[in-house]
Write a protein that binds this ligand. Structure first.
Ligand code: SF4
Length: 298
């Protein structure tokens, strides 16, 4: 658990989001761009470090909370979303962001991913999607393209890759975007939009892993990526169009805000937190009584 220092929002500069920890990522890793974009987005929205909390799982990108000065929680593999859900419900005034990899978020944490979306809890989920398990030396992941040779698929991966965009659409996510780690300016804008969105917001970020994924390189992505806001009359509220765009992969890869709609959030229906966050409320019974009750069981 990492606790950020208090800084007034009027005094925040980019420097306030910098951590003393030096990233251990490989030179050229896309995670650097994602880290920068999160810092820039928090600054642009004038959110001081102590008002943001970033939870992660396990993986190269899940080291990110160590490299940013904000509250942080490094959980276990695949569990960033349920832990962050608990944190958010305890203090829904915090800006809560989950940062996971593709294996962590779509594989090991796939069940949590699906249910966070249908609940429409007000958190931002940034998935560093490098289409491989980088930390554990290049095994194929849920987003590895079929046929790709990896350390666990020497003859080529035999499974079909998941499509996070259409999965999120089917599960009821209310904000679905895709970004590119090597385009931090556009990614910063997407993260700002996701934080401002009321409800669960997914940003699937294409993130080159320069060490273990020699197929989906920066250049490979750059040749294919386009932004949906360049499509004349593209309406992110049109779910049918979002589905057809979301199916695109390979020759053309859509980025930007692919879908966005408004729906009640999970918190909207919790009368217990209408007035103030749980952390501000007086505990009843008192902590003393609670300790007495607890002592009966330990
Ligand atoms: Fe980044 Fe890949 Fe290196 Fe991990 S192994 S730090 S994902 S480049």
């Amino acid at each position: 658990m990492i606790v950020a220092e208090m800084v007034k929002s009027s005094e925040v500069t980019l420097q306030n989001y910098k951590s003393e920890q030096k990233p251990t990522w490989c030179a050229g890793c896309g995670d650097f761009g994602i880290l920068n974009a999160i810092q820039m987005a928090l600054l642009a929205l004038n959110i001081p470090p102590y008002k943001a909390l970033i939870a992660s799982g396990i993986g190269c990108g899940s080291k990110l909370p160590d490299y940013i000065n904000a509250n942080g929680y490094l959980t276990i593999h695949g569990r960033a979303l349920p832990v962050l859900t608990g944190i958010h419900l305890a203090n829904h005034e915090l800006v809560t962001i989950a940062v996971t990899g593709d294996g962590d978020g779509y594989g090991i944490g796939g069940n949590h991913f699906m249910h966070a979306m249908r609940r429409n809890i007000n958190i931002t989920h940034i998935v560093e999607n490098n289409q491989i398990y980088g930390l554990t030396k290049g095994q194929y992941s849920p987003t590895t393209d079929k046929g790709m040779i990896t350390s666990t698929s020497p003859e080529g991966a035999i499974e079909y890759a998941v499509n996070p965009i259409t999965w999120a659409l089917a599960a009821g996510a209310t904000f679905i975007a895709r970004g590119f780690a090597n385009d931090p300016k556009k990614l910063t804008n997407l993260i700002q939009a996701a934080i401002k969105h009321k409800g669960y917001a997914l940003i699937d970020v294409l993130q080159p892993c320069v060490t273990y994924n020699k197929q989906n390189t920066k250049e490979w992505y750059e040749e294919r990526i386009y932004y949906v806001d360049k499509i004349p009359d593209y309406n992110p509220k049109d779910i049918k169009k979002a589905f057809s765009i979301g199916l695109e992969w390979g020759e053309k890869i859509p980025c930007g805000v692919i879908y966005q709609t408004e729906k009640e959030t999970y918190e909207d229906n919790l009368f217990q937190i209408t007035e103030e966050p749980l952390v501000e409320q007086v505990v009843s019974p008192s902590l003393e009584d609670f300790e007495k009750i607890k002592s009966k069981y330990y």
